[in-house]
Design a protein around this ligand. Sequence first.
Ligand SMILES: Nc1ncnc2c1ncn2[C@@H]1O[C@H](COP(=O)(O)OP(=O)(O)O)[C@@H](O)[C@H]1O
Ligand SMILES: O=C(CO)[C@@H](O)[C@H](O)COP(=O)(O)O
Length: 472
Amino acid sequence: MPLVAGVDSSTQSCKVVVRDAETGDLVRQGRAPHPDGTEVDPSAWWSALQTAIDAAGGLDDVAAVSVAGQQHGMVCLDAAGEVVRPALLWNDTRSAQAAADLVEEAGAGTAGRQFWADAVGSVPVASFTVTKLRWLARHEPANADRVAAVCLPHDWLTWRLSGSSDLAALRTDRSDASGTGYWSPATGEYRPDLLERALGRAVRVPTVLGAAEAAGALPDGALLGPGAGDNAAAGLGVGAGPGDVVVSIGTSGTVFSVADAPAADPTGIVAGFADATGRFLPLVCTLNAARVLDAAAGMLRVGLDELAELALAAPPGADGLVLVPYLEGERTPNRPLATGAVHGLTLRTSTPAHLARAAVEGMLCALADGLDALAAQGATVRRVILVGGGARSAAVRRIAAQVFGCPVVVPPPGEYVADGAARQAAWLALGGAEPPSWSPSGTEEYAAEPVPAIRERYAEARERHLDRPTTG
Ligand SMILES: Nc1ncnc2c1ncn2[C@@H]1O[C@H](COP(=O)(O)OP(=O)(O)O)[C@@H](O)[C@H]1O
Ligand SMILES: O=C(CO)[C@@H](O)[C@H](O)COP(=O)(O)O
């Protein structure tokens, strides 16, 4: 019974699971928090990983380990392998202008967007690594000059676990490479010209590995998997198949499916990522998901369970109260300077229950827009598989079916990103053409009559968002 480990180095925390490679049974697990903020020193991820590994009983007895992580974060290394500056995370919007510039430089109007969609499958917004490199070149030229290599959070952790300090030993996988903006899922090749266009010169990038190719080994011999972006790992963790759309409610809200052909959406709404099995992962990502619930609970001075009870106590549509959840600006739609808003306040709707319901519905409506965009790109939506920390909310689980208008399947609470990484590690340890078939048992299914008025009213409110003041 070989054991394998999977890591999820996500925005808010690091999670480690140790599972039986053949059956997928959970043997032990651990976690540790990450610091807050959209700019983080990678050494904090390394410390959290060590703490989480210790809490999971160590890795001495595992045959293989894979690291999945938050996508897009810019980790710049100098020639000695030292981190040049704190990493800019996927939810850091300071590179919004750089993103607009890169698109504009590629062609006026739709031509620029079409260029990027054709070149790398996605139109870059502030989240993408390529825009952060442009920001660095323009705003911190001395730091930009020191950069010898650029990689992503999961690449850096895998490299650290290997014990190497040689930049030539950096490895990544297709799924995370596809979120950089300088690697094409359609061709499987880097676009060094686009990286150079952003940073002003060429730097080293990690070698892109196949789905079950070793990235090296831990010093004590356990194999290191290629790892994955967290969404691709979640797809592997829940075993998403044809007709499944996964909705993940973490810091980000994501809506994605596994596809046989690459996507290239010139509107920029759907990102044409690669998955962790050799296929593709069209994906829509919002900046505001579980933290909308945290914020609503904070405003109401209740815990998350009480927030769910309150939300379920108000009627569908919250009697017309709508919360537009752009609390951190927004990525989809691309409104980095937007703020959130509450519309429809009356004496009747000025209750904690109405506000709680509006928060849950607003967050889910933004994701339902993503579901529509994915369907417009050809995805079949037979059911939604709901994962991420926000899926622990009873209100989210119940209201999702009303908002999405399709059955919602919720696997038992778990760490599906770390599980996907563990499944990849098992694939590496056991070999074979496909990953071992683990499937979560005990899923719950939620079905409900759709309530179209919720989305209609949300769509009206969404258009009336305000931008953040740029001074003061
Ligand atoms: N019972 C719950 N109800 C609602 N939200 C929850 C609940 N439990 C955890 N969460 C939320 O889940 C989020 C963390 O989810 P996670 O998927 O781990 O995020 P990330 O992958 O971005 O680090 C937190 O914002 C937390 O508030
Ligand atoms: O930017 C994206 C996807 O494109 C995010 O999904 C990040 O990958 C962060 O994920 P979480 O930590 O919120 O799960």
